[in-house]
Design a protein. Structure first.
Length: 103
């Protein structure tokens, strides 16, 4: 769904915004990924970008961190899940509206 919106909104060579990257990280975490490297690969981000965004999401209360050192794991909070659901709903509505306009 986000890919459909992205293809309608801008060329495929455009970069994702910081907000889109954060939403993708939250979406991946909502699927049950807890290890940082798994989140990194599934959200298609670099390690540096992932670390910065994970820190921001934890401080904002959308994700929580458990463990220490090399055993760190992340999980989405109920607040983060609400944000993902609201974002997904908005994307779905926008895509359906864009499809109606193109028809």
């Amino acid at each position: 769904m986000a890919q459909v919106l992205s293809s309608l909104a801008r060329p495929t060579t455009a970069r994702r915004s910081a907000f889109e990257v954060m939403m993708e990280i939250l979406r991946v975490a909502a699927t049950g990924c807890v290890k940082p490297t798994h989140i990194m690969y599934k959200s298609n981000t670099s390690w540096t970008v992932l670390q910065k965004n994970l820190e921001t999401l934890v401080v904002a209360g959308f994700m929580q961190q458990s463990g220490e050192g090399t055993r760190v794991q992340y999980s989405i909070t109920s607040r983060g899940l609400e944000v993902v659901q609201a974002y997904t709903n908005l994307v779905d509505r926008t895509v359906s509206y864009a499809v109606e306009i193109q028809s």
